[in-house]
Ligand binder design. Structure first.
Ligand SMILES: [Fe+2]
Length: 315
């Protein structure tokens, strides 16, 4: 695995699987494809025998170690293919080998297609991945009480303009907030969250926005629109102190000093520890008129901005 981690505070580490590991990944993909032809592509997880795929096994361990203990985020390059069907299968195979895929919606899907459907806005109830909106800094693990260990965002096609990823280290945010102890106190208390889009029945749960790992690393759970919506549904309005704490948190998240921007290119896969890195994207303009559904026989080069998202737990 080739990597350059010398500037990871300023720039996400860029990593590439070795040729031998990628070949082992392609073998695993072919096995998954041959075993699950009657099902949706994200039904049967891939598996490898460490003895028969030792290089891929070792490089996956290396990636997990970087996300768990080192950079907490990286960009994995080298997944550029022509066909949408192949891309979906390749990302599913890789993701299901890196971790245990989590269900991401009420339909039981474990891979979510991120593209603008041309429909409702987030404020009107749409989920983020169905729009072309930017601006809300968040992490994804806000709809489930348990966190996401590895968030995967795989770029199939970029937008005509915009759609940059903005990454924000929760540790940098915490450092900025040290001068606002009252805000820290508020953020460590419980807020209401909702399971938007995750199940037919809407349920609310409580969790703090800011907490800490056993080793003292700041952990974050934040998506302001969802929190405000959950408090409305719970009939428990945010207090003035809570609202002020969120305003200060948002002001910190807006500062260039905590933000790192990157434009994912087709074939690049962003992997992050979701509860240690917030993210957002800038809004974007697509080439073509948006459509609600995309056929698997499309070529990626003909599509609007198109990403695949997976949520993984440690295997
Ligand atoms: Fe997200």
């Amino acid at each position: 695995m080739n990597m350059d981690v010398s500037h990871f505070r300023q720039e996400a580490a860029k990593v590439r699987l070795s040729k031998a590991a990628f070949d082992e990944l392609l073998c695993a993909k072919n096995i998954v494809e041959s075993s699950g032809q009657d099902h949706r592509f994200d039904t049967t997880p891939a598996c490898i025998n460490p003895l028969r795929s030792p290089i891929l096994h070792a490089e996956l361990n290396n990636i997990r170690n970087m996300i768990d203990h080192e950079t907490h985020v990286l960009i994995l390059d080298g997944f550029k293919v022509d066909s949408l069907a192949v891309f979906k299968s390749l990302i599913w195979t890789f993701g299901s080998l890196l971790g245990k895929p989590m269900v991401q919606n009420h339909l039981g899907h474990k891979v979510i297609e991120v593209y603008d459907r041309g429909g409702k806005s987030i404020e009107e109830g749409a989920r983020y991945h169905q729009t072309r909106q930017g601006a809300y800094v968040h992490n994804d693990g806000v709809s489930d009480p348990l966190p996401i260990d590895y968030l995967i965002l795989a770029c199939g096609q970029k937008a005509l303009l915009g759609g940059e990823s903005i990454l924000i280290d929760a540790s940098a945010v915490y450092a900025e907030l040290m001068t606002f102890p009252d805000v820290l106190t508020q953020l460590k208390c419980d807020f209401f969250f909702e399971n938007r889009g995750m199940a037919e029945d809407e349920t609310l749960f409580k969790a703090p926005i800011l907490s800490f790992s056993d080793s003292g690393i700041p952990l974050i759970r934040y998506f302001r629109v969802y929190i405000e919506s959950a408090h409305l549904k719970a009939g428990v309005p945010l207090t003035l102190a809570q609202t002020q704490a969120l305003n200060i948190l948002d002001a910190v998240l807006d500062q260039s000093s905590v933000q790192h921007r990157t434009l994912l290119e087709p074939g690049q896969v962003l992997i992050s520890a979701d509860n240690k890195f917030l993210h957002t994207r800038t809004h974007f303009i697509d080439r073509n008129v948006p459509c609600a559904q995309i056929n698997d026989d499309e070529r990626l080069s003909d599509l609007n901005r198109y990403m695949l998202r997976m949520w993984l737990r440690k295997p």
